[in-house]
Structures are given as structure tokens and as C-alpha cells.
Ligand binder design. Structure first.
Ligand code: NI
Ligand code: MN
Length: 218
């Protein structure tokens, strides 16, 4: 499987199917044509180009309802549940974060913010979404044994590097990819310092990639 970080929280997983998580990139240009889109929560920096992409989209009930109204083939679920779409498994996990759907007028409540464990071609990727650290990340590790954890490290709106370091240990995935940093000054962080701190104290490897770059897993 190929994992590409397109910037911010936008990650593509490509194997026998291609999945795009949180299709927002600062440039607005998404160069991957996915089979399936997954949305962790309703904030604009995660919904991004979801409507323009017009793909089957996995999201919570509130977002799915909104997207269905826009003509999108939306697959609704809620934290704790699993759906299989075109042979790809999506388990929605808890996240501690807010979720407001910016739409016409004042917008809508976006339901619970979430993360996903996505299993494609036998490889599991945990994308935490936007979240604070929570100790039940241990359960995500115990239940789903993700091969990779994609964790926010930007701080302010999500975990910062210190919390993400503990999140990496709770989840226990052998590989961590930091995201949701550096997009704007408010979430500026040093991913290399994060990598050094994690790798100095644990057996977990951190791969720092630049937007547009990919890694191969499995
Ligand atoms: Ni958010
Ligand atoms: Mn965000």
C-alpha cells in the first residue's frame, strides 16, 4: 500500500482501491482521484473538496445527511461502528474535538468528531483525525493493531508533539506519520524534534514526509 500525505490532514491510501481521508489541501488542488473518501469531522480544513470530488464518502450521520443532500453517495456511521465499502473496512473511532459544518447561513452542528481505522489489502492505518490525547487510544491498539498511526502534532486545536508522543505509545503502531502541522503559523511545529523524541524513548519509528510525498507499507 502507498500512503501519501497531501498536506494538513489529507492522506491518500492506494492499493487495490484508493482512499482519500479529509480532502483539504492548502492549494485546493487534489491530484488523486479516489474510489472512496472518508471525512473525520465537519471543519472546513477536513471537508475540503469533498463535494467537488463526488465520490462515495464515509462520514458520521450528520455529515452524511448533509452530503446526501448535495448529491453525494454518503455512507453514514458513528464511532464504534465498522462499515465495509468496496472491500475496504472503515472503523470509526472516538476523537476529542469539536465539529461545526460551515455551510450556507450559520452552518450546522457536525456531530461527533472522529478518527478512522482503515484496512485495505490487509494493512491497517489509524488516522486519528483532530483530537486531544485520550487513554482509550490503548483500546484502538489492542483491538485493531494498526500498522501505521497518522497523528496530529500541530497543537492548539489538537494534540501537540508531547501528547502525540504518548498517543503513539498508547496506539503502539510500529510506524507514526505526523500530520496537521505547519499549514498555518498557529500550528507550526518541528516534526524532526518529534521524531527524535519518540525514537529516543521507544521502538516506534516516525516517518516525516513532506506534503506530496509518499511511503510504501507492507
Ligand atoms: Ni477540526
Ligand atoms: Mn483541523
Amino acid at each position: 500500500m502507498k500512503l501519501t500525505w497531501l498536506g494538513h490532514a489529507c492522506v491518500a491510501l492506494e492499493g487495490t482501491k484508493s482512499i482519500l481521508i479529509d480532502p483539504f489541501v492548502p492549494s485546493g488542488e487534489i491530484e488523486i482521484d479516489p474510489d472512496i473518501v472518508a471525512i473525520t469531522h465537519a471543519h472546513g480544513d477536513h471537508m475540503g473538496e469533498v463535494i467537488a470530488l463526488k465520490k462515495t464518502t464515509v462520514a458520521n450521520n450528520e455529515i452524511a445527511k448533509y452530503l446526501a443532500g448535495k448529491g453525494i453517495d454518503a455512507v453514514d456511521m458513528n464511532p464504534g461502528g465498522t462499515v465495509e465499502v468496496e472491500g475496504v473496512r472503515f472503523t470509526m473511532t472516538q476523537a476529542i474535538h469539536s465539529s461545526w459544518l460551515e455551510a450556507e447561513g450559520p452552518g450546522y452542528y457536525g456531530g461527533l468528531a472522529a478518527g478512522f481505522v482503515i484496512t485495505l489489502d490487509g494493512i491497517s492505518v489509524y488516522h486519528a483525525g483532530d483530537t486531544a490525547l485520550f487513554s482509550d487510544m490503548k483500546l484502538i491498539g489492542e483491538l485493531y493493531h494498526p500498522d501505521v498511526a497518522v497523528l496530529p502534532i500541530g497543537g492548539r486545536f489538537t494534540m501537540g508533539p508531547e501528547e502525540a508522543m504518548m498517543a503513539a505509545q498508547f496506539v503502539g503502531a510500529p510506524l507514526v506519520v505526523p500530520v496537521h502541522y505547519g499549514t498555518w503559523p498557529k500550528i507550526e511545529q518541528d516534526p524532526v524534534a518529534f521524531k527524535a523524541a519518540v525514537e529516543r524513548t521507544t521502538d516506534i519509528r516516525v516517518t516525516v514526509i513532506k506534503p506530496g510525498e509518499c511511503i510504501h507499507i507492507g
